[in-house]
Design a protein around this ligand. Structure first.
Ligand code: ADP
Length: 177
């Protein structure tokens, strides 16, 4: 991530982030409403390196970020070694775990594997600044919000792809775009 001069001041985080308008929505985890099976399905159906955790789909308030690798290992281990963890066990990323109804399976507590303060920028942040932060903090990804709601994600590869695109374009189209 060297040539930051590739970025005109006009490129914003929202221009580089995923999902694009035509893409399926961001794949997220909710902090207290998914079952072990829901999470396993999400892992099986996607190949992303990580998942933002939100309060709920309705609120889209960001709670943290979980790496796919940690999620997979934790669920495998819990299923193997932890009593009462089954497909219908509720997964919690919250600090407080409400008492489970008597007949329900043991809850799976995954807060310890969550990054509680993933790096975040707003959709209007200049990409020049985002690139600077990626370089200085050695980030792999960064989340994008608008008015406190989670909007998207930018990975290091997204930035590199965007830079390559800009470099291939006719210089005039970059200047006057
Ligand atoms: P990389 O960009 O290094 O391949 P990923 O495999 O995590 O990393 O991401 C692949 C693409 O999907 C990237 O364009 C990224 O912005 C996007 N992406 C990453 N995580 C998610 C997610 N949870 N939901 C939707 N899109 C994502």
């Amino acid at each position: 991530l060297e040539a930051k001069e590739e970025f005109s001041h006009k490129t914003l985080a929202m221009d580089v982030m995923r999902p694009r308008r035509s893409d399926p929505p961001l794949s997220v985890l909710t902090q207290d409403s998914m079952s072990v099976e829901d999470v396993e399905t999400l892992i099986a159906e996607t190949s992303y390196s990580g998942f933002p955790v939100v309060v709920s789909h309705e609120s889209q308030r960001l709670v943290g970020f979980v790496l796919r690798r940690d999620l997979t290992i934790s669920i495998e281990n819990a299923r193997r070694r932890q009593d009462g963890i089954v497909s219908t066990s509720r997964v919690f990323f919250t600090e407080y775990i409400p008492p489970q109804p008597p007949s329900s399976p043991a809850p799976l507590k995954l807060r310890p594997i969550m990054d509680l303060s993933p790096f975040t920028v707003t959709d209007q942040t200049a990409m020049e600044i985002v690139v600077d932060i990626f370089r200085k903090l050695g980030l792999r990804q960064c989340l994008v919000t608008h008015n406190g709601r989670l909007l998207g994600i930018i990975t290091k590869k997204d930035i590199l792809k965007h830079m390559a695109q800009m470099a291939n374009r006719d210089p005039d189209s970059i200047l006057f775009n």
